[in-house]
Design a protein around this ligand. Structure first.
Ligand SMILES: C[S@@+](CC[C@H](N)C(=O)[O-])C[C@H]1O[C@@H](n2cnc3c(N)ncnc32)[C@H](O)[C@@H]1O
Ligand code: SF4
Length: 458
């Protein structure tokens, strides 16, 4: 099927991004500090046994109007200090319930803008992680950075503290687009930053781009993608701009400027896709592209790609995720748990209670099966129902029952030549990737409950 107005009319509906199953909109406030503590203890006996840590720094010197992340500006130095103290206290408390024989494979720092806080705080938190956990020899430690606040000496410090991956938020190279979204451009030429990261021996660099922003045109985004390709980073991410002003009121101001049309957005994605593939990148999931040597590209080939709230990852490196800081989400085998979103409330609750859970979700056995199926199709564009059955040590009929599978539900996708189903396997093709969220929604029994506001699927 061609990507034209009929295609968009049919498939550009609203739906979850499935960074988790169930989506965070289903988390409930009945899940409390005690449930998190119990879930952490239970997680010691569950798979994967390896540990991933997420650190959330919800501060930015200036807020970009397009941004959907939980972050704030206007914080004081004493408040930042109390926030760092709270994170350290939280890490120590949770670590005391984690079996010390378990190995830490992955640390991810997100935000907000973790690279805009004083580096002594980054060191204090990494020192705390190092003294409470045993790092795997091949561990990964990544940080999301805004180039507006990057100096070359910061890259040396991050290396010294043990970071080996840096993700740079570029979004767009055009100054007028950045102005429209209230974003500072890079302080240094990006060539110098990427060159320094490579020279310091980091194993991975990533660049984030966003399409669908005000004042972007098909031509201007083509140019942005060309410039990103020239930088030659291991990964390039092209996020589709998610406009949810009812959840993120600051996005409302962008409506006055206006956005590219959905049909233009679809061409921006397709052009970016073609350019990146021609430049040798491999498409990972919906929006990531990685050079063939990158572990995500290798995992895709081996069908062991995985996804968590921090983005795509591999089954090998990803453990159960323990989140620290305001709004962070722990993703354990049997439960999700999210902290207070408001940083001041988070600090107060950690001071008083040691933990700051605001909501969460305990997973049933069927929901774990649905999560495995949705993860597989979202990450690998592929589901082998036999292999899911083997993983859960059940028969294939039980898998089909859990996801309420029938071929009829997928007939439109099959007739429109977007996917195939044969031998208990679903294979999604290149155009089908555009509607991967629509395909995933067919496995989701909660989709009709109308909980939450979702962005458009294309
Ligand atoms: C925590 S931010 C990036 C780190 C850093 N603060 C920066 O701005 O460079 C993570 C990424 O989420 C993406 N993002 C944020 N809001 C978005 C939205 N509304 N739609 C799509 N992507 C978004 C951006 O590409 C951004 O780089
Ligand atoms: S895009 Fe980055 S710098 Fe901008 S508001 Fe979001 S987290 Fe902060």
């Amino acid at each position: 099927m061609k990507v034209d107005s009929d295609f968009l009319k049919k498939y550009n509906t609203s739906g979850p991004r499935y960074t988790s199953y169930p989506p965070a909109t289903f988390f409930t406030d009945k899940f409390t500090n005690i449930d998190l503590k119990n879930s952490v203890i239970i997680s010691n006996a569950e798979k994967p046994s390896s540990i991933s840590i997420y650190i959330h720094i919800p501060f930015c010197p200036q807020l970009c109007h397009f941004c959907g992340c939980t972050t704030q500006t206007g914080y004081t130095k004493p408040f930042l200090e109390s926030y760092v103290e709270a994170i350290i206290k939280e890490i120590e408390l949770v670590a005391s319930d984690i079996d010390s024989s378990r190995i830490l494979t992955q640390v991810h720092w997100g935000g907000g803008t973790p690279n805009a806080i004083d580096y002594k705080y980054i060191k204090q938190i990494t020192d705390c992680i190092k003294s409470n956990f045993t790092f795997d020899k091949e561990y990964e430690m990544a940080i999301e950075c805004s180039p507006a606040y990057f100096e070359l000496k910061h890259i040396e410090l991050l290396k010294e503290y043990g970071f080996n991956r840096i993700s740079i938020g570029v979004q767009d190279f055009e100054k007028h687009v950045l102005d429209a979204i209230n974003r500072e451009p890079s302080k240094l030429p990006l060539e110098d930053i990427v060159g320094k990261i490579k020279m310091e021996g980091f194993t991975g660099t990533n660049i984030d781009l966003v399409y669908g922003l005000p004042l972007q045109t098909i031509e201007s985004f083509d140019k942005t993608v060309d410039r990103a390709i020239k930088l030659g980073t291991d990964r390039i991410v092209t996020f589709s701009y998610a406009h949810v002003p009812s959840v993120i009121p600051r996005q409302k101001t962008l409506e006055k400027i206006g956005f590219p049309l959905p049909s233009e957005k679809a061409i921006m994605y397709q052009n970016a896709y073609d350019k990146l593939i021609n430049a040798g990148y491999i498409a990972i999931g919906m929006d990531h592209f990685a050079l063939p040597h990158d572990e995500l590209a290798i995992a895709l080939k081996n069908k062991t790609l995985h996804r968590n709230f921090q983005g795509y990852c591999t089954r090998l490196t990803t453990g159960q995720v323990y989140g620290f800081g305001a709004s962070s989400i722990s993703q354990l085998h049997s439960a999700y748990s999210q902290n207070e979103k408001n940083a001041a409330r988070y600090v107060n609750r950690i001071k008083k209670e040691g933990l700051a859970v605001i909501r969460g979700y305990s997973m049933s056995k069927d929901e774990k099966i649905i999560r495995a199926v949705i993860n597989s199709v979202m990450c690998n564009y592929f589901i082998d129902f036999n292999s899911v059955a083997n993983d859960f040590e059940i028969n294939i009929a039980e898998v089909y029952n859990a996801v309420d599978f029938s071929v009829d539900k997928f007939q439109d996708f099959i007739d429109d030549d977007l996917m195939t189903f044969a031998n208990n396997k679903i294979v999604v093709n290149k155009i089908g990737r555009l509607v991967i969220r629509n395909i995933a929604m067919k496995f989701d029994p909660l989709i009709n409950q109308g909980v939450g506001t979702y962005s458009k699927t294309i």
